[in-house]
Design a protein around this ligand. Sequence first.
Ligand code: OGA
Ligand code: MN
Length: 278
Amino acid sequence: MSFEIRPLPGVTGAEVIGFDIGRDGADQAARQRLRDAWTDRVVLAFRDMEIDEAGFMRLAGLFGENVPQPVQRPEYRVEGFPFIRLLSSRHRDSLGDNKPLNVGGTWHTDHSHLPDPPRGTVLRAIRLPGEGGDTSFTNQRAAYEALDEETRREVDPLVGLHIYNSRYAPRRMATMTPAEEREAPSARHPLVRPHPVSGRKALYFNPIRIERFDGMDAAASQALMDRLVAHCEQDRFVYRHRWRAGDVLIWDNAQALHMVRHDYDPARERVMHRTLVG
Ligand code: OGA
Ligand code: MN
């Protein structure tokens, strides 16, 4: 095996250098090394990947089964690859007021309104805006483990109600078709969950999707989430990824919040390919 996994400073993130999907993709030991590093470091950043859409899907397949994207739009399609969604900074709310959408622009975890949210989101840089457009990740396991005893007792028993379009979301979601809205599931998830692989507890909440915690009113629920965000977004838990051409990232939605900063020149387009695995 000639690729390298380099943990980044702190508790979150590792770079994967020299990974060749053709050479290393079929190697079971390599796959296990990657999966262990993913569980431990929460985010893996593959550098200098020379892959096409098929290679991207193969890479994602090392981490889990394909999961369909819950919201489909013609402008999201990548011909021939039904599990890839195109993300462009030029996309607008095509079924709503056609204003630009701040996609991914505040702390969230992907698709927590599903009863079984996809563990992995895989994102490949297609076109970068130059300066800016970084994506940041928290480590919700380390953040949980750093809570004081009293806060742990407070959060351990709570259960959150997650819906697609929470009225408390700090940004707008893409408008859905009436059928999508009818079919959009909601889900209850414990605020503190053992990780499906490591069994270690992590905070699981989603500021764009949580309506409230069971037994608490909306104001108290939002106040608690604000407190938790302030804790989780401390530098000691966060990895901020500066994108380079050839980057592919995978993160673990079960133990991370993420957000992108759309802080670049709006005349520059930022384009990504994204797929989900569970
Ligand atoms: C996502 C997302 C962030 C980015 O695809 O789920 O939040 O950097 N993307 O584009
Ligand atoms: Mn996201």
